[in-house]
Design a protein around this ligand. Structure first.
Ligand code: NAD
Length: 231
């Protein structure tokens, strides 16, 4: 296969590139050579010195590619609040720009490492049962996973908009994290989730969960279903 590897000069990208070539694949390498990862250094031989955020400008490199392995990221969360635009730009916008360029030239296979900077650390704290890490479960034709909360549900008028790019719900739905080095969010996470799930021919869906006592919902549930063998 011909595989375009982003972040190819990084820790993971270097190892992935070597393993792919050892398996007989052709690797097209792309890396921005960020100083925070590399100091001042020239790109390794054969590396295209390019930015995934600008993938539309180099989508020609994607022609004839069978799959993309996306390892380009700024890693290490919570250094300074001022770093947020860089994290969101390189990690969220970069992946979105790459997906759009892939779509443009008809490449539909992606392996995404992503980062907990994007997807969070995965822990969910249930008021009743403590810390939870919900496992995925097998369904007839694929894999399904869900995450629920106890935050009173989403107003019906907002249901169609929660996956929209840059849309944010009412401030009341944003936990008070003023004691932490994080902001209130930028409305990117769910739009990226939807883009990535659909790129793998899956579906993502949100629904309110009824309160056992009836009346207003007790919370909402996000459900992701991926077909077997799509990734
Ligand atoms: N290293 C780990 O143990 C580990 C664990 C879990 C997940 N991951 C994830 O794997 C991915 C790769 O991590 P890593 O450890 O290799 O990081 P790294 O910092 O060593 O490599 C990332 C590479 O991406 C490049 N890059 C950054 N922004 C770019 C952009 N806009 N365009 C093109 N290239 C860009 C950097 O120059 C760098 O070479 C990240 O998403 C990371 O969160 C890594």
């Amino acid at each position: 296969m011909r595989i375009l590897l982003t972040g190819s000069a990084g820790f993971i990208g270097t190892a992935v590139g070597e393993l792919l070539e050892a398996d007989g694949h052709e690797v097209v390498r792309v890396d921005l050579m960020l100083p925070m990862a590399h100091g001042v250094g020239a790109p390794p031989p054969g590396t295209h010195h390019l930015d995934v955020r600008d993938a539309a400008t180099w989508s020609g490199l994607l022609r004839g590619v069978d799959a993309v392995c996306d390892q380009a990221a700024v890693v290490g969360a919570g250094v300074r609040v001022g770093d947020l635009p860089d994290y969101a730009g390189h990690n969220d916008l970069g992946t979105a720009a790459l997906l759009a360029a892939m779509h443009e030239v008809g490449v539909d296979r992606l392996v995404l490492a992503s980062s907990m900077v994007v997807y969070g650390e995965g822990r969910y704290r249930c008021p009743e049962h403590g810390d939870q890490t919900p496992p995925p479960r097998q369904v007839a034709d694929g894999v399904e996973l869900s995450v629920s909360d106890q935050c009173g549900g989403i107003p019906e008028d907002d249901m169609d908009r929660v996956f929209d790019l840059a849309w944010r719900g009412a401030a009341a739905r944003t936990p008070d994290r003023s004691d932490e080095l994080v902001g209130p969010g930028a409305g990117l996470g769910l739009a990226i989730v939807k883009g990535i799930v659909e790129a793998h021919r899956g579906v993502v869906h949100v629904e309110n969960v009824a309160s056992p006592a009836g009346g207003t919902p007790s919370g909402c549930r996000f459900l992701v279903r991926l077909p077997a063998g799509a990734a």
